[in-house]
Design a protein around this ligand. Sequence first.
Ligand SMILES: NC(=O)c1ccc[n+]([C@@H]2O[C@H](COP(=O)([O-])OP(=O)(O)OC[C@H]3O[C@@H](n4cnc5c(N)ncnc54)[C@H](O)[C@@H]3O)[C@@H](O)[C@H]2O)c1
Length: 325
Amino acid sequence: MNRLGILIAGLDGAVASTLTSGIALLCRRLAKPTALISEAYVQSHQLAGFNELVIGGWDNRGENLYQAALRNRVLEPERLRPIARELTGIKPWPAGTDKITAFRRQHRLNTVVILNLLPTGENAASKKYARLAAKHGCPFINFTPNDCAESATIPFCGRDGKTGQTWFKSVLAPALRARQLEVTGWYSTNLLGNEDGKIVGDPVKGRQKIRDKSKLLGPMLGYEPYHLVQINYFPPRGDTKESWDYIDIKGFLGQPMQLRISGQYRDSILAAPMCLDLCRFMELAHRRGATGAQTWLSMFFKVPYKNIPHDFFQQEQLLRTYLSP
Ligand SMILES: NC(=O)c1ccc[n+]([C@@H]2O[C@H](COP(=O)([O-])OP(=O)(O)OC[C@H]3O[C@@H](n4cnc5c(N)ncnc54)[C@H](O)[C@@H]3O)[C@@H](O)[C@H]2O)c1
C-alpha cells in the first residue's frame, strides 16, 4: 500500500475541484486516465493508485467540494451527480490552520504532499504553506506564479504550471530554431473567463503571469524576437480559454511567412492531471530521499527552478531519464 495524502492550498478553486472530481470519477471507473503521464508508471514505480489518494486542504470559501465543483462549472452537473456523496464529504480547513499531523494519522498515510493552488499574487500566503510543508517534511509543489520560500530540507518543484499556450510555445520554438527559420515577432493573446482569468487579466495583478509567459522565447531561440503576451478576462468563456499566436518568421532569402495558431483549451482540464502527476512523482522523489529543487519535473512548469532549459523535449528527456529502470 502507498497511501498518499494531497493537501491543497486553494481547495475550493477551479483546478483543485476538478482534480478532486477527476480522482473520484477515476476511482469509480467513470472516466479513463487520459492525459495522465504518471499512470504508465504506477506498477513499475509503485506510485499511489487512485484509491490510495486522500484529498484535503485549505480555503477561506468554506464550500464542500461538491458546492465548489458546481460553482466552478468545469464539469457539467450530470457528470458530478454520481460522485456527489464523496465530494460533499470533503471540506476545506480554514486558511493556514495546521492539522497535518492529525490528517496523516486519521487516514494512515505514508506520505503527505502539499500542492499550492492559491490565486496569482498570493505571495505571502504561498510562503506560509511552503513553511508548513517544511515543518512537516512534506514535498511541496508550487503550481502558481507566486514566490515561495523553498526549503532545502524537502523536495520542491515549481513554478507556474505550463499547461496550454506556453507549453505549445516550448514545443514549437525548438523546431523553428532547428530549421534555422528566423522568428521576427511572436504575438500571443488569451481570452479567459474564470476566477484566475479575472486576476491575471488585470493589468497590475496579472504582471507576474505575463512575466512568466514572456521569459522563455529568448533562451530557446538564442535571440530575443519582438514578443508580446496579453491576457484578457472574458467572462462568457468561463473555464474554456482561447489562445491566439501569430508568429512572423523569415525563411530563405529573407522571405517573410506567418504561422497562426489558435488553441481552444480548457484551463482546469489541462491543469488537473498535471497536478496529479506532480503529486505522485513528488511522492516518488520523497521516497528516494530527494531534497531541494526537482529539476526532472521542469516540463510541468513555465519557470522551472535552477535555470533548466525551457525546450519541452529536453525537459521531457529529464523526466524519462529519472523514471528509467
Ligand atoms: N488552470 C491552469 O491552466 C493554470 C496554469 C498555470 C497556473 N495556474 C495557477 O493555479 C492557481 C489556481 O488556479 P485556479 O483556476 O484554481 O484559481 P481559483 O481562483 O479558482 O482558486 C483559488 C482558490 O484559492 C482560495 N484562496 C485564496 N486565498 C487563500 C488562502 N490564503 N488559503 C487558502 N485558500 C485560499 C480561493 O478562495 C480560491 O478558492 C492560480 O495561481 C493559477 O495561476 C493555473
